[in-house]
Design a protein around this ligand. Structure first.
Ligand code: FAD
Length: 293
């Protein structure tokens, strides 16, 4: 929910001009306006250049037509940043970004998807057949892909941080349980097998922190951090899968019940390896930046 707000506002902050920033960002920063970020489509997820949504210039307006899928916050948002092709023959160089206000005629939003986890937020399908003023274009035509990639460099750190938060909660629960639960007259925490599980969880949590802070430091220093951001997101989102699963295991049957938060941690953690670029896409980014060094 919070991450999607930043995906929208960063699109305007990093790609837009001062007039557009002034129109949307103060209210968004004050929590008065909620944004959504619409890049993914039913047939274009990992490779945004496959997108079919088009923006055709008609005088002072662009006509936007197409369908976006899995758009977090869209149903509740005051504005949606929509990525669309202004030059369909130019691949990713033909993508531009637009701010579409929620009351724009021709903007249709589905009911929320039924999700496995992260049920505090909602994702929607967004159908577009609407006119958007030229003044709502973010930056020059054809700059949308570069803007989206910069936005995702930032948001991957949010995903890494989310992973760390869930990991910490799961590890804390596992440590607590292991120090209460007795099996065969002995606390779980006294069994070497359980201790090794806890050690592996702690190791992965600390490694997630280290990679995330390294990426944050590069970003704060104004250096390129695409590779570091991808490594932090990849590692922390895979670590949280291991940590939540192991924490549930330490709780035995109790971990599988809804009386305890463990099953929710497992469900919430699963999406972190998929959105903002899946684990496979992060590996591609790491390899590509490594080979270009
Ligand atoms: C709850 C939720 C919220 C979301 N919120 C947003 C949002 O707010 N805005 C938005 O724009 N999108 C959002 N998404 C979409 C999300 O970013 C995409 O689902 C994700 O990028 C993957 O795209 P896809 O689902 O089309 O999978 P696909 O691209 O079809 O990929 C399927 C599988 O193939 C793998 N794969 C793809 N390409 C390669 C390759 N080159 N090499 C190896 N493997 C590959 C992928 O890793 C994946 O495992 C959300 C999704 C969900 C589920």
């Amino acid at each position: 929910m919070v991450g999607a707000q930043y995906l929208a506002t960063d699109s305007i902050l990093l790609g837009g001009d001062d007039a557009l920033r002034e129109r949307y960002l103060p209210d968004a920063a004050a929590g008065l306006k909620l944004g959504a970020f619409a890049l993914t489509e039913p047939r274009a997820g990992s490779n945004p250049a496959d997108m079919a949504t088009q923006a055709v210039l008609e005088g002072d307006y662009y006509r936007l037509t197409g369908t976006k899928h899995f758009i977090s916050n869209a149903g509740e948002a005051d504005f949606i940043v929509v990525y669309a092709k202004t030059d369909p023959k130019a691949g990713h160089r033909g993508i531009s970004a637009f701010v579409v206000d929620k009351d724009t005629p021709g903007l249709t939003i589905s009911s929320p998807e039924k999700l496995m986890g992260i049920r505090g937020g909602h994702a929607f399908e967004v159908a577009l057949d609407c006119k958007v003023p030229v003044a709502n274009r973010i930056g020059a035509e054809g700059t949308g892909f570069i803007t989206a990639m910069k936005v995702l460099d930032n948001s991957r750190l949010d995903v890494a941080a989310t992973s760390i938060g869930i990991s910490e909660a799961a590890l804390e629960a596992a440590v607590f349980w292991s120090q209460q639960r007795k099996v065969g007259g002995e606390l779980l925490s006294q069994k070497q097998g359980i201790q090794w599980m806890l050690a592996d969880m702690k190791l992965r949590l600390e490694a997630s922190w280290a990679l995330t802070l390294q990426a944050c430091a590069k970003r704060a220093a104004g250096q390129r951090f695409s590779q570091e951001s991808a490594m932090a997101k990849l590692y922390a989102s895979e670590a949280v899968g291991f940590i939540t699963d192991t924490a549930l295991q330490i709780h035995g049957g109790y971990g599988f019940t809804r009386e305890m938060p463990l099953e929710r941690y497992v469900r919430d953690a699963r999406i972190l390896r998929i959105y903002e670029g899946s684990s496979e896409i992060q590996r591609t980014i790491i390899a590509r930046t490594l080979l270009a060094e």
